[in-house]
Design a protein around this ligand. Structure first.
Ligand SMILES: [Zn+2]
Length: 132
């Protein structure tokens, strides 16, 4: 369960929403430039409104390489909203420790505490073969 208090959670939720809206604006621009105006309806729904289908998955179906770099961002934010709903937000997915509020403020989609994140990055740097 998250150790964040309701006002901290509210603050981070707001940040995530801003991040999400900013991503949507960029995606909308790219769809407009690529002549997909009729698909923009998709973007007018609020997070979670599209039922089981996540926006990231819907965007992946467009198969536009220009969108790829945004899709990961959208996916990260959607995953964070999911964790807020399930009460797991702010808890490290690797070790289960609380992620400090100041880390979440800087990086609201963080899934790991700094220790686990650094460990993971070291493992990737060593060629993606984590030692057990
Ligand atoms: Zn951790």
């Amino acid at each position: 369960m998250t150790a964040l208090n309701p006002s901290q959670l509210e603050q981070l939720n707001k940040k995530l929403n801003e991040q999400y809206q900013a991503l949507l604006r960029e995606v909308r621009d790219e769809l407009e430039n690529s002549g997909n105006q009729h698909r923009i309806d998709l973007l007018n729904s609020e997070p979670g409104d599209s039922g089981d289908e996540s926006l990231a998955n819907a965007l992946a179906d467009f198969n536009l390489t220009t969108l790829d770099r945004h899709i990961d961002g959208v996916r990260d934010v959607e995953a964070a909203f999911q964790r807020i709903r399930s009460g797991e937000f702010g808890v490290c997915i690797d070790c289960g420790d609380d992620i400090p509020f100041n880390r979440l403020q800087a990086y609201p989609t963080a899934k790991r505490c700094i220790v686990c994140q650094e460990k993971r990055e070291r493992e990737y740097a060593q060629g993606g073969h984590p030692k057990l």
